[in-house]
Design a protein around this ligand. Structure first.
Ligand SMILES: N[C@@H](CCC(=O)N[C@@H](CS)C(=O)NCC(=O)O)C(=O)O
Length: 202
């Protein structure tokens, strides 16, 4: 069995779990919940950056971060990232865009959570909001191209996790004036294997 540091709120963990569903290996993964403090910290401690997700493989080796874990799932189960060709470059670039949405959203959430009683910097918040809004506007036009021969790929999974996280933490009302993206989320993202099972909770 694999072991995965689990947090029900983490968009990076959700991305990894959705990828496991898609690759057909979800049933080979034991989730180590934060309630299991000792084991969760032991796993997390394998990443000196102190971040989750961390995956322990059946052979005892460890993998992080989420992109590396997804690449591993892709090699053993497939269906997430084409192994070669131009399509691979496209999916990886789209995945990076979705990742950037998650990163900027998390930085906004953390700027408040770790402000230590100070008011978060408006300059910093505006910088992150600018990245998010520009990307959402781009996606509103580009999402029509995101359908994949394999059904759902790593980029679709990343975007589903990113939009879900933004709503969950009230980072942005991303649906406003973005009907294409809204429809994609309702019709496509909700059909990702495991999407409903991994809806973020506190
Ligand atoms: N690039 C990493 C980011 C992981 C990450 O930032 N995870 C958050 C949880 S959502 C975390 O562990 N934060 C704690 C920290 O930054 O100390 C990945 O893709 O896995």
């Amino acid at each position: 069995m694999y072991k995965l540091t689990f947090s029900p709120a983490s968009p990076y963990v959700r991305k990894v779990l959705l990828s496991a569903y898609k690759a057909g290996i979800r049933n080979q993964i034991e989730l180590i919940s934060p309630d299991n403090h000792y084991e969760n910290e032991l796993l997390r401690g394998q990443n000196s950056l102190g971040k989750i997700p961390v995956l322990q493989k059946p052979d005892g080796g460890y993998l992080f971060d989420s992109r590396v874990i997804i690449d591993h799932f892709n090699r053993i189960g497939g269906g997430l990232i084409p192994l070669e060709g131009q399509e691979r470059d496209i999916i990886l670039t789209r995945s990076a865009l979705a990742e950037g949405l998650i990163d900027a959203s998390l930085l906004i959430v953390y700027s408040d959570r770790y402000a230590g009683g100070q008011v978060p910097s408006k300059v910093w918040l505006d910088l992150q909001i600018g990245k998010i809004d520009r990307t959402l506007d781009y996606l509103e036009k580009d999402i029509i191209n995101w359908s994949s021969p394999s059904g759902f790929d790593a980029a679709n999974i990343g975007l589903g996790a990113a939009l879900g996280y933004m709503s969950f933490r009230n980072v942005r009302v991303w649906e406003d004036n973005r009907p294409q993206l809204k429809e994609w989320f309702k019709d496509k993202a909700h059909n990702l294997p495991g999407f409903v099972e991994t809806v973020p909770v506190n």
